[in-house]
Ligand binder design. Structure first.
Ligand SMILES: NC(=O)c1ccc[n+]([C@@H]2O[C@H](COP(=O)([O-])OP(=O)(O)OC[C@H]3O[C@@H](n4cnc5c(N)ncnc54)[C@H](O)[C@@H]3O)[C@@H](O)[C@H]2O)c1
Ligand SMILES: [Zn+2]
Ligand SMILES: [Zn+2]
Length: 391
């Protein structure tokens, strides 16, 4: 079958790879009908995620049709239209049964690769390096889905493919930031980043009752899209002092909840960006925590900061003093999608959550490298490039 493969830093190619097969009794094979780019893939492409190998199939946010099931799959059968969580849970271990699916103890067969760096490992993640299990990704014609009863969700009739697709990753990630960030009715919430994840976090905060939601980015098309489709306030960080602006809009206190949806390749204005850029190149720090620092600084006393953006290792100039003295709560996680996807599909079916506007560009798998180039450079207003192998 055809697949988009990682070949090295900023190098992708479309290759023929073997078709996936059922390996375990709880596996299903899914014919991929739509698979989209995510900001996390840019970190792979940029060479920041360790343990990638030339030829690895990438992609983790996808939707498709079940074509084959293992003997222990009971909730799905061939023909089901399913959206699959980007993170793989076993459904039975302690973290999975506690709803912390991305901490699954069983789905990542290579936990030792991150034990040294993090003192622990994440769940398996589709198409996301050998440190996250070495699973083949979804930018392919077919994919093997382990523990299919827990990771594949039947899409209700009446929900369009292009809406359901983002219930795989962007929407549950955003929802988790607002939920575990502790958004309460009446709160003011600030979100850094107006990519797919930031937009979904902003919408989740609104649906959870936030009184004001302010989203921050620099790209005019993304800011306009967020204002229009999410319906929140927006701030261009290149034309104003974000901290001062947030103080101004919160009566001098700062936002109650700050959600970071930018990650390790954060941009910024001023010397901070140069400082982090040099340190990252020299491998003196792995990640550029520009938006995390800003969120911690801006957050009101006693507030909470949730890091949705992906980080890999060590960062410099982390404002621990602000965190400690202001009594902040800091959390982060890979997404626990399984606990949110059914509710999100319901919200999408009711029209309360709009997602399909994120799919700014649709193309075939052959266009994989071109799609990633557009997405990486934010060309032509690209927010997500969606590959549809069978159209
Ligand atoms: N926690 C999870 O499970 C999970 C899931 C999906 C994605 N992610 C991560 O979330 C992050 C966002 O993903 P995405 O798909 O929306 O990516 P994206 O690249 O489409 O969007 C990131 C946005 O951040 C903006 N940005 C950069 N620097 C900024 C700054 N200093 N202040 C404000 N905005 C800034 C960029 O302009 C861009 O629009 C990535 O790091 C991705 O890896 C995490
Ligand atoms: Zn993702
Ligand atoms: Zn588990």
């Amino acid at each position: 079958m055809k697949a988009v493969c990682w070949q090295g830093v900023n190098e992708l190619s479309v290759e023929q790879v073997p078709d996936p097969e059922i390996l375990n009794a709880q596996d299903a094979i899914v014919k991929v009908t739509a698979s989209t780019t995510c900001g996390s893939d840019l970190h792979l492409l940029g060479g920041y995620i360790p343990a990638m190998r030339a030829g690895d199939v990438i992609g983790h946010e996808f939707l498709g049709e079940i074509v084959e099931v293992g003997p222990e799959v009971s909730r799905h059968r061939p023909g089901d239209r399913v959206v699959v969580c980007s993170i793989i849970g076993c459904g039975r271990c302690r973290p999975c049964t506690d709803g912390m699916w991305s901490l699954c103890e069983n789905s990542n067969p290579k936990p030792g690769l991150t034990d040294l760096m993090w003192g622990g490992s994440t769940a398996g993640i589709f198409g996301y390096s050998h440190a996250m299990g070495g699973f083949r990704g979804s930018h392919a014609e077919y994919i093997r889905v382990p523990f299919a009863d827990y990771n594949a969700f039947t899409v209700p009739d009446g929900v369009d493919d292009m809406d359901a697709l983002f219930a795989s990753d962007a929407a549950p990630t955003g929802w988790m930031g607002a939920d575990l960030g502790g958004v309460r009715p009446g709160d003011v919430v600030a979100v850094w980043g107006c990519g797919g994840v930031g937009q979904m976090a902003a919408r989740a905060a609104m649906l959870l009752g936030a009184e004001r939601v302010i989203a921050i980015d620099r790209y005019p098309e993304r800011l306009a899209m967020t204002a229009r489709h999410v319906g929140c306030e927006v701030v261009d960080y290149t034309s104003t002092d974000v901290n001062a602006e947030l103080r101004e809009r919160t009566g001098g206190r700062g936002p109650d909840v700050c959600i970071e949806a930018v990650g390790l390749e954060a941009e910024g204005t001023g010397p901070q960006r140069i400082y982090d850029g040099i340190k990252q190149r020299l491998r003196l720090e792995q990640d550029r925590p520009i938006a995390v620092r800003e969120a911690i600084h801006a957050c009101r006393k006693g507030g909470s900061v949730f890091v949705l953006g992906v980080f890999t290792g060590f960062v410099d100039k982390f404002p621990l003093g602000a965190l400690m003295n202001k009594g902040l709560t800091l959390r982060g996680a890979q997404q626990h999608g399984q606990r949110y996807i059914p509710h999100l599909l319901d919200l999408i079916a009711r029209g309360e959550l709009k997602t399909s506007h994120l799919a700014t560009h649709t193309m075939t798998l052959d266009d994989g490298p071109r799609g990633y180039d557009m997405f990486k450079r934010k060309k032509d207003g690209c927010v997500r490039a969606v590959f549809r192998p069978w159209i």
